[in-house]
Ligand binder design. Structure first.
Ligand code: SF4
Length: 467
């Protein structure tokens, strides 16, 4: 479902963040730019970069942000316009706040005690009372994002705190919800991960620079070394004097709850989150599916790209050979994000074409990572049948989507979720499959290496109270 996500299915990640502090001068712009390229899968609506020179004029932050992909927003940007050795970046998909240019990040805020820039991945569930409280105290908001609420809380706390870290800690103690934050003050780079661990954040090193990123793929793809994950409820401060770490708690964070969907779908295959390889977890999900929903078949095939790894796992466990059944046209991109159902269906066949010689006359196990509305999988089944497939047994490497996500994943409303109004048998019939099997809920913890997880979009067991 991966590349089809935005176009067809409607599950979207909130954002990706990146930060870097190069201690002995240097220019971090191009490294942030490359890091954001590696995080582009986490958000394609807008992006931005903010850079400052720690030895230059204090609080002078140069930034550019706007709607579009990294390649579009920074098409005409010159490195010399963004000189600096400290910077942060952001890729955005909007879940809170409209999809408009002013909601792009990083946010740069000038206040009584200086300047900060902030980039946020995630979503708060108590943003309304916080916003109201700040507005009553005279804050004027320029965006509709919850990220600006966080930045304003930090700015307010900074006035009565000894350090920016202290202000950030006071601010995050008020936040209910998901956040991976990178914050830049004139001389510091700060990373914060919510105490539930809902959103990932990790630390890397490249020569004399330390980096923060939503995913390890953004570190390794620019040649940096992955150092470690930021722990749930950890704030780290990076300065030329070294790295300091502070742990914090929250009264509602009784247990950790990493978003299982990072492993199932969002994160890039070459990332590792909290010590668990995303590739391995998808292989495990396929193996678990093969154990719980076996079937007699000739070939296991996957929906490119993210269904392929789970399909490989299904094949390894079942002994049924794995095959590539689709050719993916990588040049069909955002131009084909279509609003209507018919247009979306056409876009599926433009993006994926069936290798008829592989599937003709075969009984197939077709693996995908999720079914949201059922449109994409129905279109693919139709294409496979037209190409001569004899049987199609659909296996989904996640349980049925039944509930909305409040933490920054844009799962459509219940009304649009096919599993909320149809039984698996009815879904099977409506998509035209010969059989349908979902990953069992009980198998979810094992695919995240046994770590505590959030799986609320499948079982409504939210890790905090949702008002
Ligand atoms: S509700 Fe689902 S998508 Fe949202 S954080 Fe929990 S597991 Fe992730």
């Amino acid at each position: 479902m991966e590349d089809l996500t935005n176009a067809q299915t409607g599950i979207k990640e909130a954002c990706g963040v990146f930060g870097i502090y190069q201690f002995h001068k240097g220019n971090v712009f191009s490294l942030i730019h490359s890091g954001l390229y590696a995080l582009q899968h986490r958000g394609q609506e807008a992006c931005g970069i903010a850079v400052s020179d720690t030895e230059g004029e204090r609080g002078n932050i140069r930034s550019r942000k706007g709607p579009g992909l990294v390649s579009e927003v920074f098409k005409n940007s010159k490195e010399e316009d963004f000189c600096g050795n400290l910077g942060i970046g952001h890729v955005r998909y909007s879940t809170t706040g409209a999809s408009v240019a002013e909601n792009a990040q990083p946010l740069v805020l000038k206040y009584a005690k200086g300047t900060i820039a902030l980039a946020h991945n995630g979503n708060l569930v108590n943003v309304s009372p916080l916003r109201e409280e700040l507005e009553r105290a005279g804050t004027v908001f320029h965006t509709t994002t919850d990220s600006e609420v966080i930045a304003c809380l930090i700015a307010r706390e900074r006035v009565r705190s000894h350090s920016v870290e202290e202000a950030v800690l006071k601010a995050v103690s008020r936040l209910n919800g998901a956040y991976g934050l990178v914050i830049m003050s004139p001389r510091k780079l700060i990373g914060v991960r919510d105490p539930w661990g809902l959103k990932p954040l990790c630390l890397g090193k490249l020569e004399d620079a330390y980096l923060l990123a939503s995913e390890s793929c953004a570190l390794t793809s620019i040649g940096a070394e992955f150092v470690r994950d930021i722990e749930p409820g950890e704030l780290i401060t990076i300065t030329p004097d070294g790295i300091t770490s502070k742990r914090f708690t929250h009264p509602m964070a009784e247990k950790e709850a990493r978003c299982i969907f990072e492993y199932i779908y969002f994160a890039r295959l070459d990332s590792t989150i909290d010590g668990v390889s995303v590739y391995e977890s998808r292989i495990q999900s396929g193996k678990a599916l093969a154990r719980s929903h076996p079937v007699d078949a000739d070939l296991v095939i996957g929906v490119p790209d993210s269904g392929l790894t789970a399909a490989k796992g299904y094949s390894l466990q079942s002994g049924i050979p794995f095959a590539l059944a689709f050719y993916k046209n990588s040049y069909v991109g955002r131009t084909f994000i279509k609003p209507t159902q018919e247009e979306r269906q056409t876009a599926v066949s433009l993006k994926l074409n069936v290798l008829a010689s592989v599937v003709a006359g075969k009984r197939l196990v077709l693996v995908d990572d999720s079914i949201v509305r059922g449109t994409t999988i129905a279109a693919l089944i139709q294409m496979l049948k037209k190409a001569g497939a004899k049987e199609i047994h659909v296996r989904i490497s996640s349980p049925p989507f039944l509930h909305p996500c409040y933490f920054g994943t844009d799962v459509p409303s219940n009304r649009q979720l096919i599993a909320s109004s149809k039984t698996p048998e009815e879904i099977c019939r409506s998509i035209g499959a010969d059989s349908l099997g979902y990953l069992d809920l009980k198998d979810l913890p094992s695919i995240a290496g046994g770590l505590p997880i959030c799986k609320a979009c499948f079982d409504a067991d939210y890790p905090m109270e949702i008002s």
